[in-house]
Design a protein around this ligand. Structure first.
Ligand SMILES: [Zn+2]
Length: 462
């Protein structure tokens, strides 16, 4: 019988500093963490889930960071992780005994298609999918099962039929500070905590919320579903990753909510801004405001004192009641910030200015309503995407957002002009030229100040 132990099997995709890609066991990943550049899963959800899993292992094995270790060690002392070998059975994916992130009491009850475990695999009878899967016939490999289990605490959405979301409710934006190696990345997030608790894979998984908070390890590994993987069957092609391996076609997948009552949970990788966690917008809203939640991110970073400059892996999860989901990622370099209130003001002004844009284009014969839709649904997301791609430079002041937005308009307006007027009669050509040369005037109420952002220390006395 296969047990598929996560400590020994090579399943974690990693990219070494020398460019080599391979898959490693949990133990080898920790042993080589100082030589590994990053977790190299193709889906950003898996990168976030694996980093958080390794962080939970670090806390579980070593406890809080040792006081004498002010600096990041050159490599992990492997004696820190002796607890792993003492609890090997906790990391079995299959077999009769204890299994990783699975419930023994639910054996063979109400098995569902394995697609329940992986967001990308469709289940049920909806035909609106690019990829089709036959429930109960297609299967996934053990590695993809491990990925699916690790996603449970991080990316579980509100499901149909009375299934609740994960501990962070609607999956929020995860913001993970990155180091130059995996070792550094884990250490940046490895901070002393008061209420450590124990992870879901631990046989003594106690929940102590007496101080009103959810303990760190309980929260990081909290399972909103009761899962039990079916047994691996004969070999075939994994519908998720394409490898030929023994496949798992079914699993138990039941709701497992309300484990912590009203205890407060503060996730180490979630940005709380004005006591709400940042998340992405529903991608299907008709007046979908922006392509990405960059304005809230901008505010968050401007309000958070980050020192020194740092790279962040930012992974956002947008959903429409779990029917449609979208995942995106960005690696953002946040510079050392001083007082950047001028650019924080920019976000408010942007929202005001953008509302006026539809009124600015009056020269078309078409209905105003149509213009609004074109502007808001096509041009605005495009321009906002350009701006959000340059967020680091906007935060540090090397790009002035208003100038940048204007220059982006200059690129797209000629294209819009062609779609609004035929361009054969001279009157139409006139209109086309007018529209093409249109640039909205963004009037920043804080204009003079924002220009001084970089040279603040030069002329403070003025
Ligand atoms: Zn697979």
């Amino acid at each position: 019988m296969s047990y598929y132990n996560l400590l020994d099997e090579n399943w974690i995709p990693v990219l070494y500093l020398n460019g080599e890609f391979t898959r490693l066991s949990v133990k080898k990943t920790l042993e080589d963490a100082h030589l590994i550049r990053q977790i190299a899963a193709s889906n950003p959800m898996d990168r976030v889930a694996i980093i958080r899993f390794l962080l939970a292992i670090l806390y579980w094995c070593k406890g809080n960071p040792p006081k004498e270790e002010n600096e990041i060690p050159t490599k992990f002392p492997m004696e820190w992780f002796e607890k792993l070998d003492q609890n090997r059975e906790c990391f079995n994916l299959f077999g009769d005994g204890k299994r990783f992130y699975q419930d023994e009491s639910t054996k063979s009850k109400n098995m569902l298609p394995i697609g329940s475990l992986i967001h990308e695999i469709p289940t049920g009878i909806s035909i609106y999918h690019f990829r089709h899967a036959i429930d109960g016939k297609v299967g996934i490999c053990p590695v993809c099962c491990a990925f699916g289990l690790l996603r449970l605490p991080v990316f579980t959405t509100q499901g149909g039929r009375g299934k609740g979301p994960g501990i962070n409710n609607k999956p929020p934006l995860y913001i993970i500070p990155l180091g130059k190696t995996l070792l550094e990345t884990l250490f940046i997030s490895y901070k002393p905590v008061f209420n450590l608790g124990s992870p879901s894979w631990d046989t003594q998984n106690n929940v102590n919320t007496t101080d009103g908070t959810v303990p760190l390890l309980n929260g990081l590994t909290d399972l909103p579903r009761i899962v039990r993987l079916g047994e691996p069957t004969t070999k075939g092609q994994c519908i998720n990753c394409g490898v030929i391996d023994s496949l798992i076609t079914k699993c138990v997948f039941n709701d497992n909510r309300n484990r912590y009552g009203n205890a407060k949970w503060e996730d180490p990788h979630v940005a709380y801004f004005k006591s709400k966690s940042l998340s992405t917008d529903n991608p299907l809203k008709i007046w979908f405001k922006t392509d990405r939640p960059w304005t809230t991110l901008l505010n968050y970073f401007l309000e958070t004192n980050l020192n020194p400059p740092q790279n962040f892996l930012i992974v956002g999860f947008a959903s429409d009641q779990a029917k449609h989901i979208d995942i995106w990622e960005r690696i953002l370099k946040i510079p050392k910030l001083d007082n950047s209130e001028n650019n924080a003001q920019f976000q408010k002004e942007w929202d005001e200015a953008i509302k006026k844009i539809p009124n600015l284009i009056k020269n078309s014969k078409r209905k105003k309503n149509l213009n609004e839709q074109i502007i808001i649904r096509i041009i605005r997301p495009h321009i906002e995407k350009q701006i959000s791609s340059n967020l680091s430079s906007i935060i540090d002041g090397t790009i002035q957002p208003w100038d940048f937005a204007s220059s982006e308009f200059k690129k797209v307006m000629p294209i819009l002009a062609k779609s609004l007027t035929p361009g054969f009669l001279s009157a139409d050509i006139d209109k086309q030229t007018k529209i093409a040369s249109f640039v909205p005037i963004f009037k920043s109420t804080n204009n003079q100040k924002s220009k001084k952002l970089k040279g603040k220390d030069k002329d403070e006395s003025n």
